[in-house]
Design a binder for this molecule. Structure first.
Ligand code: NIG
Ligand code: FE
Length: 406
């Protein structure tokens, strides 16, 4: 069977243990890639030398699907170590935001940056993600907050996606904060979002999703519903920053509106958990943010036990989680939220793919799926989160091509 499917551009990975992120997850054997697809999986001892097939000896190593980061704010300029220090001295995230820091501090920097500058700042971040085994990444706008600046950010995302090798999924987050020029006219800003930004972005197909920062003092439940409702009417998928700092009921709203994902959920209530369980909405947890803000983690075990599909992501952003180390986020999920290594791996692959509406194409090792995978230099998949804080990625493969080698 291998012979039939072996075409030029095939790659055989031999001898690794496989974490497929599907039923019967841990297997030992071989993976055959043909072009940009997975052609065969786990046929131990099968022909190891096929015509036109390059092969990689991965004995003693572990193969997983490429990691998927389903929540990042990758497009930004500047950094906020000043706020980091203020928080260490007792200030809260909300206090810093109220005095003009926080999201709006980054907005000022992004408005001054050109699209080329934003892309140049994003490339090394993407490179770091890739080295940590991440092959697909969701990227939000949300630091422009004018039509021109939001479009500049979304165009940067589209152009970086076209450059490859990482695959970028664009999300419009114009409702990230009310910008200073609308401080006394928040309804004016919401009208701008609904009447001008969303239609233009939908028309130009610059975003797959619309997100809102639904939070006390940011966008209320009613405002979030208005914005998301308009986005849904325009054909965009929905996601929501929900119950991050206060238990506002964002999870219930996300579930009711059929959002692909409700994210953060540090303060989710029991009613919110029930709502997510009853809907298909994925709970995307971001333990790096709780770690960096020094606050309590989301109730991952409770979510899992009540049947909610849980994904994990970095939240990579300059304010609340400046990191590209997604495996470290996985280690935090283990030690701080008591997720098991296998649950973490599923959360970083198949469930993250579901949160991005792409589980039919990426997120697991299955014949026919896109050949996005990572060979880790670890003896056992649990080692990935056990030996934490370092990079175990040995080969990163995107669409059948080795795009990073340690
Ligand atoms: O996901 N919560 C809103 N947005 C980001 C923080 C962005 C920032 O502080 O710059 C988050 O934590
Ligand atoms: Fe976020």
């Amino acid at each position: 069977m291998f012979e039939d499917e072996a075409v030029s551009g095939s790659l055989l990975i031999r001898g690794a243990s496989l974490m497929t992120a599907r039923a019967d997850p841990v297997r030992c054997g071989e993976v055959l890639l043909s072009g940009d697809r997975l052609a065969a999986i786990a046929i131990p001892g099968h022909a190891t030398c096929l015509p036109n097939t390059e092969s990689i000896d991965a004995a003693g190593k572990v193969v997983t699907p490429g990691l998927i980061d389903c929540h990042t704010h990758l497009i930004f300029a500047g950094s906020r170590e000043d706020e980091f220090e203020q928080r260490l001295q007792g200030a809260t995230y909300q206090e810093i935001a109220a005095r003009g820091g926080g999201i709006n501090a980054t907005v000022q920097r992004v408005r001054r940056a050109s699209k080329e500058e934003l892309k140049a700042l994003a490339r090394p971040r993407l490179e770091r993600f890739l080295r940590f085994g991440v092959t697909t990444i969701e990227v939000k706008s949300g630091y422009g907050l004018t039509l021109v600046d939001e479009i500049k950010c979304l165009e940067a995302i589209a152009e970086l996606n076209a450059e490859g090798p990482l695959e970028l999924v664009p999300t419009f987050l114009g409702a990230h904060a009310v910008p200073p020029e609308f401080r006394n006219d928040r309804d004016g800003y919401i009208r701008l979002l609904i009447d001008e930004m969303l239609p233009e972005i939908a028309r130009r197909k610059l975003a797959s999703y619309c997100d809102v920062f639904c939070e006390t003092g940011v966008f209320s439940l009613a405002e979030s519903e208005r914005i998301l409702g308009r986005a849904r009417d325009l054909g965009l998928g929905l996601r929501l920053h929900a119950d991050e700092l206060t238990p506002l009921g964002g999870a219930e709203l996300a579930a009711r509106m059929g959002a692909a994902s409700a994210d953060h959920l540090l303060c989710i209530t029991d009613a919110g958990i029930d709502a997510l369980a009853a809907s298909g909405t994925v709970a995307t947890l971001l333990p790096g943010t709780a770690f960096f803000l020094g606050v309590d983690y989301a109730p991952a075990r409770k979510l899992i036990e009540r049947g909610v599909k849980v994904a994990l992501a970095s939240d990579c952003n300059p304010g609340t989680c400046p990191t590209e180390n997604l495996p470290l986020v996985g280690a935090m999920a283990c030690t701080q939220m008591k997720m098991l290594p296998a649950e973490v791996l599923t959360a970083l692959t198949l469930n993250a793919a579901t949160a991005l509406g792409r589980a039919d194409r990426i997120g697991s090792l299955e014949v026919g799926k896109q050949a996005d995978l990572v060979i880790w230099d670890v003896p056992d998949y649990r080692h990935l989160f056990y030996h934490f804080g370092v990079n175990h990625a040995w080969r990163v493969i995107k669409r059948g091509r080795v795009v990073y080698a340690a």
